[in-house]
Design a protein around this ligand. Structure first.
Ligand SMILES: NC(=O)c1ccc[n+]([C@@H]2O[C@H](COP(=O)([O-])OP(=O)(O)OC[C@H]3O[C@@H](n4cnc5c(N)ncnc54)[C@H](OP(=O)(O)O)[C@@H]3O)[C@@H](O)[C@H]2O)c1
Length: 271
């Protein structure tokens, strides 16, 4: 099902821990060389050493803060120039500091840089090359909160909705040109993200929390199935298909030259 040669190099952002580190492990096991991106160089080097040893793949480390335009530019450059890179896993992300009224706006802006601007810029950097060679894969770690924003506070869910919408638009843009696009929508997953955001995972019902290996293995299985949207927790994919079909049903009526009757005054003009 994959339209990407098995040995294309994969660049994974947020690869020092959590979902990104597990993606790196699984992609290395599949035979991909890797470029690992995050801020913590020590953690990246240690993961890289293990992956080289265990899987015999080539692993480069590119330490960068993806909220810093200058550091992010180095990653963009690598994506533009390195012909071996055929996969981009946009995984790095952070939660957003809580409710709109109380979240420090600088924290919110930082989150938008990481969750929204960085994946957009990295996609723009790699896409022309992938389209030119007619092969490649771009993965976005969104969230189920893209579909259920009422379950969270502040701008985080909106940043994840952005990725889902972006992936669906991009899918249309790449057409049948051989470039795969996948949005992965994790539910609650046991990683450091929760503690980093000041939240206690132990306070959350255990049956709603997925282990990171389960999540990434399901995401890659969804990729292998050819899915554009992968929701690892969702038992019945028909639920997503029905939701998406209902959305598409709106499309023919979303732009007309007259407003709908309900917005027309029923008061006669000469009254
Ligand atoms: N865990 C969940 O429940 C859950 C649910 C839905 C969606 N997601 C999404 O899944 C993705 C991965 O989350 P996770 O749970 O694995 O989070 P995590 O354990 O906190 O890991 C986040 C990764 O991003 C990197 N990162 C953070 N800030 C960065 C920056 N400024 N520049 C570059 N890298 C940065 C971190 O490394 P450094 O600190 O070394 O930079 C780390 O490798 C995120 O996009 C998240 O929104 C997670």
């Amino acid at each position: 099902m994959s339209s990407t040669a098995p040995f294309d190099t994969a660049l994974v952002t947020g690869a020092s821990t959590g979902i990104g580190a597990t993606y790196a492990d699984r992609l290395a096991a599949r035979g991909h060389d890797l470029v690992l991106v995050a801020r913590n160089k020590t953690q990246l080097e240690s993961l890289a050493a293990r992956l080289r040893r265990e899987h015999g793949v080539k692993v480069d480390v590119l330490a960068a803060d993806l909220t810093s335009p200058a550091e992010r530019a180095q990653v963009e450059q690598r994506l533009r120039d390195d012909d071996a890179i055929g996969w981009l896993v946009n995984n790095a992300g952070m939660s957003g500091g809580g409710a709109v009224a109380t979240a420090p706006i600088d924290t919110v802006e930082n989150m938008l840089q990481l969750n929204v601007i960085a994946p957009s810029r990295l996609t723009s950097a790699i896409l022309p090359r992938l389209l030119a060679r007619g092969r490649g894969s771009i993965v976005y770690l969104a969230s189920v909160l893209a579909l259920a924003p009422e379950q969270s506070l502040g701008a985080y869910a909106a940043s994840k909705s952005y990725l889902l919408t972006y992936a669906l638009s991009l899918l249309k843009e790449v057409g049948d040109g051989g470039v795969r696009v996948q949005a992965v929508l994790p539910g609650i997953t046991r990683t450091d993200l929760w503690a980093r955001g000041g939240n206690d995972l132990n306070a959350i019902p255990a049956h709603t929390v997925m282990e990171v290996a389960e999540l990434v293995d399901a995401a890659l299985a969804g990729y292998d199935l050819g899915e554009t949207v992968t929701i690892p927790s969702l038992p019945d994919i028909e639920d997503w298909n029905r939701y998406n079909a209902a959305r598409l049903l709106l499309a023919p009526n979303l732009s007309h030259n007259v407003a709908a009757d309900r917005y027309k005054s029923d008061i006669p003009e000469d009254a």
